[in-house]
Design a binder for this molecule. Structure first.
Ligand code: CP
Ligand code: NVA
Length: 313
């Protein structure tokens, strides 16, 4: 398939076939890694990883994954690079393109990632912006497929803040033919432009992407319940006000009982126990959050190999 040398900025930009290819290659790479089989598709390559926000999973899975693929990852934070000093994105893009084979970036402004990709000659991977978190949502499709085999026709209910995670899940579900309801209160609903784009994508796969306030109605018959923090990185000062506004939008045992009995519970982590999810549900038998976290490694390896490898995978 044709992902070689492309960027991965939004799932919306991928074809249905490209999404399926990423999931297939991730499955193969996961198996190879578990069996100790060599899979050094990026031998001799380098990756710059730019972080303007904190990270545990994204940083570690990209760094370990790139190394497992035979390449050398380089971590650059704002404090340890000239980015924090205000060097323009377009200059950083052109300089790094002379040194490395790919760039992964986690930052605030989505437009900065678009600018980076415009000026870089190498693939750019979005490791989270205020608008989107595509690598997480692609991993989430992979985890749902692993747990439930078939994605098409499944129902995912996202509970809480209509944030970057909600946006990327809408794009992911639309490409996978999954029905998704984003259950959020007024004022915290997803960006209407993103909803519209996801709904347009959903027409092609015959599924529905909707937003509703009535959480208990939304959750009926759900195969997947998903939530994320009420206050994302950069919104720390709004935490108290968000706690009040989103108080009812919590995954707890009462809500879970209204989903299908075999439903799984997902969270991109880090979680705030007692806020968007209760301790008993997060630690309970229906929660798949740690498999979900592990799969970041396998799916991102697939993405990096597909964008950057000279070999056909
Ligand atoms: N889910 C996720 O992206 O986690 P980190 O913020 O730890 O990278
Ligand atoms: N919505 C969260 C996701 C963290 C992985 C944030 O942006 O902080």
């Amino acid at each position: 398939m044709g992902l070689r040398n492309k960027d991965l900025i939004s799932i919306h930009d991928l074809t249905v076939g490209e999404v399926a290819t990423i999931l297939d290659v991730a499955k193969k790479l996961k198996r190879k890694q578990k069996n100790g089989e060599p899979h050094q598709y990026l031998k001799g390559k380098t990756l710059a990883m730019l972080f303007s926000k904190a990270s545990t999973r994204t940083r570690t899975s990209f760094e370990v994954g790139f190394w497992q693929l035979g390449g050398h990852p380089i971590y650059l934070s704002d404090a340890s690079s000239q980015i924090g000093r205000g060097e323009p994105v377009r200059d950083t893009a052109r300089v790094l393109s002379r040194f490395v084979d790919g760039i992964m970036i986690r930052t605030f402004s989505h437009d900065s990632v678009i600018e980076l990709a415009e000026y870089a000659d190498v693939p750019v991977i979005n490791g989270l912006t205020d608008l989107l978190h595509p690598c997480q949502a692609l991993t989430d499709l992979f985890t749902i497929q692993e747990k439930m085999e078939v994605l098409k026709g499944r129902k995912l209910v996202y509970v809480g803040d209509g944030n970057n995670m909600a946006h990327s899940l809408m794009f992911a579900c639309a490409k996978a033919g999954m029905n998704m309801i984003c259950a959020s209160p007024e004022g915290y609903q997803p960006n209407p432009e993103i909803v519209k784009m996801a709904q347009e994508d959903a027409v092609h796969t015959g599924c529905s992407i909707t937003v509703e306030e009535d959480l208990f109605n939304a959750v009926k018959g759900a195969d997947v319940l998903y939530t994320d923090a009420w206050a994302s990185m950069g919104q720390e000062e709004e935490h108290n006000i968000r706690k009040q506004a989103l108080a009812k939008y919590q995954i707890n045992s009462e809500l879970l009982a209204m989903a299908r009995p075999e439903a799984i519970v997902m969270h991109c982590l880090p979680a705030y126990r007692g806020e968007e999810i209760t301790e008993d549900v997060l630690e309970g038998p229906q929660s798949v959050v740690f498999d979900q976290a592990e799969n970041r490694l396998h799916v991102q390896k697939a993405i990096m190999a597909l964008l950057m490898s000279d070999e056909i995978l």
